[in-house]
Design a protein around this ligand. Structure first.
Ligand code: PSU
Ligand code: MN
Length: 306
């Protein structure tokens, strides 16, 4: 076996980090799992939003067996149009890299390349977490485990609705991952502004979030810091309706035998059908808003460190 290939960082991202300029890393499983061409349009709008706020977007993906940070628009189009070899989480990375495969990276695998590229801020709509019924299925997203190994600020609108938010918060407490509610006391539920659970800490100023990130990394642990940013009121879905849709989708998933890595895509697509595609528009709005906040956080960090 030859030398281990390094993460391939685009010239734009490399130059930005070398100059201490703001960069926001993004995953691509949302791109490869979406419907073409809407997924491409959303991804391009998200990248543009990061730039508008003053940060360089850095998409993570595996393309032809190369672990990439910062991809060209044509490559993004290839990921969006497919076909690809799948949704790649940490578990799947080495196999995909060795086999020359191509796929979208989840939060967990994306964080590995984010750290390797020297980027400290990441945006996603919803993280993985502890699934409903995990006490029997053992389905706990590898995202949570990866957080313990990757010093990155992960901006998100909470844990996806098919998860158990209370158990997800318990897990994060156990592994010592800070959860900061940005201008909110509630742990959001991606499609809803609150899950009914409170965040352990709330901060209202980005300079303070930067302060917490760097104290955590300097003194506490090399793990992630979650920053939660609830969906805007006008996009929020009714919590009870959503709960019913999720339970129905999970029951259907059980009947059809969808589980493991296939469960999340199955439930999201069922919710999309049940809401007449409204959840797709909500996904786009959430991702734009977390990306904008992440970009502003990266700008604040560059100012504090600069
Ligand atoms: N949010 C979505 N769709 C997704 C994901 C998040 O709307 O597909 C992805 C993220 O990449 C997250 C992953 O890291 O699902 C978690 O998958 P699992 O629950 O199988 O660990
Ligand atoms: Mn899982």
């Amino acid at each position: 076996m030859g030398p281990q290939p390094a993460v391939v960082v685009s010239e734009e991202v490399r130059a930005a980090r070398a100059d201490g300029l703001p960069v926001v890393a993004l995953e691509t499983s949302v791109v490869t799992g979406g419907r073409y061409p809407d997924n491409l349009e959303t991804a391009l709008a998200v990248d543009a939003a990061a730039r508008e706020e003053g940060a360089v977007p850095a998409r993570v993906a595996v393309i032809d067996g190369r672990f990439r940070v910062g991809v060209e628009d044509a490559e993004l189009e290839r990921l969006a149009a497919g076909p690809v070899d799948g949704k790649l989480s940490t578990r799947d990375l080495a196999h995909a890299l060795h086999g020359g495969l191509t796929g979208g990276t989840t939060v967990s695998s994306s964080l590995i390349a984010t750290v390797a590229a020297g980027v400290s801020v990441f945006a996603v709509a919803g993280i993985g977490g502890v699934h409903r019924g995990a006490e029997t299925s053992f389905d706990v997203s590898t995202d949570l485990d990866q957080f313990t190994r990757s010093p990155v600020a992960v901006v998100c609108a909470g844990a996806k609705s098919l998860l158990d938010p209370g158990l997800t918060l318990e897990y994060l407490e156990t592994v010592g991952v800070p959860v900061i509610g940005y201008r909110s006391d509630d742990f959001p539920g991606y499609y809803t502004r609150s899950t009914g659970h409170r965040v352990p800490h709330r901060l209202d100023r980005l300079e303070d979030v930067v302060g917490v990130m760097h104290r955590h990394w300097g003194l506490v642990a090399g793990s992630s810091v979650l920053v939660t940013h609830p969906i805007a009121e006008e996009w929020s879905l009714d919590a009870d309706l959503l709960d019913r849709l999720v339970e129905e989708a999970l029951a259907e998933a059980r009947r059809e035998g969808a589980s493991g890595a296939g469960l999340t895509p199955f439930v999201l697509s069922a919710i999309s059908k049940a809401t007449d595609g409204r959840s797709g528009a909500v996904n786009r709005a959430v991702l734009l808003s977390t990306t904008r906040l992440a970009a502003r956080l990266a700008v604040a960090e560059a100012e504090v460190l600069g």
